[in-house]
Design a protein. Structure first.
Length: 64
């Protein structure tokens, strides 16, 4: 079976200190809840979405 690797993409992200909701304008202004400690990622098309801290740390590394 062939194997695949994720393409390298640099995203903007900020870790939230409090729970709340974000508005994702890419998907018709949908409110997406997040919890304290989650990361809010801005994707390559300008979309915003939350990511759990443990998942974020497995997928992303800081770029200097």
């Amino acid at each position: 079976m062939p194997k695949f690797r994720r393409k390298v993409v640099i995203v903007d992200a900020v870790q939230m200190k409090e729970a709340g909701e974000i508005q994702d304008s890419l998907h018709s202004m949908v409110s997406i809840p997040y919890e304290a400690g989650d990361w809010i990622i801005t994707g390559i098309k300008g979309e915003n979405y939350p990511c759990k801290d443990e998942v974020f740390k497995e997928i992303y590394e800081k770029v200097e």
